[in-house]
Design a protein around this ligand. Structure first.
Ligand code: SAM
Length: 164
């Protein structure tokens, strides 16, 4: 990412706005086996590792009925990412793409999402499979995954489909 490795050839960085428009609360932390980004899975389906989500006690009542969900959506904050890149050259693709055509953690608001399988909940700790983030990554939100409305089997990402 550009804050650690510099802007790569073909990438475009912009000046960030002088101030942010909204605040947010970290509601917990995600615990994973990965301490360095290079060791993280590239996406949520690349690893079967069981990870844990530690929800802060304050929000614990919000877990009522969550245990009935087989899958949940986790939103998390990629706290080690630059926020100023609008064009990026992901190492594994090698050509530039617009930030909003990528799932890169580097984005104006470094919000990541994964649909994870929920194994169990014990107190404020959720055990899940399907994460790709560093140990200690801040948690922003938990939502139920509705296959009926969230799944779009015919969806395509054209630029990715033509790659090979
Ligand atoms: C490509 S992103 C995908 C994130 C999420 N599944 C999504 O689609 O929004 C996953 C990559 O982000 C990087 N990453 C993981 N945790 C991070 C963190 N806390 N800050 C910055 N980058 C992180 C790792 O390189 C990991 O492979």
């Amino acid at each position: 990412m550009s804050n650690e490795f510099g802007v790569r050839e073909g990438e475009i960085a912009v000046d960030l706005p002088a101030k942010t428009d909204a605040g947010l609360y970290y509601i917990g932390r995600i615990r994973t086996p990965w301490k360095q980004r290079k060791d993280c899975p590239k996406n949520a389906r690349e690893s079967d590792a069981v990870c844990t989500v530690e929800l802060d006690e304050r929000w614990a009542d919000g877990l009522k009925d969550v245990a009935t969900c087989s899958h949940i959506i986790l939103l998390y904050w990629m706290d080690k990412s630059p926020r100023n890149l609008v064009r990026q050259v992901p190492g594994h693709y090698g050509v530039p793409h617009g930030t909003f055509a990528l799932r890169s953690p580097a984005r104006p608001n470094p919000i990541a999402m994964s649909v994870v399988k929920l194994l169990r909940i014990a107190g404020g700790t959720l055990s899940v499979v399907g994460l790709d983030c560093l140990d200690g990554t801040p948690l922003l939100d938990i939502k139920p995954y509705f296959a009926s409305t969230d799944s779009v089997p015919e969806a395509v990402v054209g630029w990715h489909k033509t790659k090979d």
